[in-house]
Design a protein. Structure first.
Length: 87
């Protein structure tokens, strides 16, 4: 079973060509030089277009950590002793 759809693969090809030409820009408008960043942009665009692309790895990690972590109980707060009585 394929990890990505054909349309997602074509989107990655197109974006990699843009990167090679030097016309690919990130969200902030800066030129993309990293291969990994170019692929991430392509997959993000493919997701928006409705192509079959797995969820982001970061979001998978967060949900796994949430499931793993047990709810913690806070230690009871000790109240200060009442003010000293006046003499």
């Amino acid at each position: 079973m394929a990890k990505y759809s054909k349309s997602a693969g074509k989107k990655v090809e197109k974006v990699m060509k843009e990167k090679k030409k030097g016309t690919l820009k990130s969200g902030s408008g800066k030129k993309v030089t990293s291969r990994k960043q170019a692929i991430a942009i392509a997959l993000s665009e493919a997701r928006k277009a409705g192509a079959k692309v797995p969820k982001k790895a970061a979001s998978k990690k967060k949900t796994a950590l949430k499931k793993k972590a047990a709810p913690t109980k806070k230690a009871p707060v000790k109240k200060k002793a009442a003010a000293k009585k006046k003499r």
